[in-house]
Design a protein around this ligand. Sequence first.
Ligand SMILES: [Zn+2]
Ligand SMILES: [Zn+2]
Length: 79
Amino acid sequence: MLGFWKKTCMFCGAVATKGFRIPDRMNSFICKACYETWEAAGRKCAACDTSVRGVQEVGAFFEQRTLGHADCGGLKLLP
Ligand SMILES: [Zn+2]
Ligand SMILES: [Zn+2]
């Protein structure tokens, strides 16, 4: 059993303590490393292929295992 504070990342399968929760989906978790990889790659949205900019909300796309705009159908992340 995993401890309460250790979660498995839905994208890469790594067990991490730091990352984001997705309140709309039960027991979902995205690790910080996946988020940073996505950021370093230019914050590209999985749905519309443009960048997610400052004020736009980040969402998780589980089918593509990446992130994008919450407005494009991604599920919102919570720190
Ligand atoms: Zn990850
Ligand atoms: Zn988009």
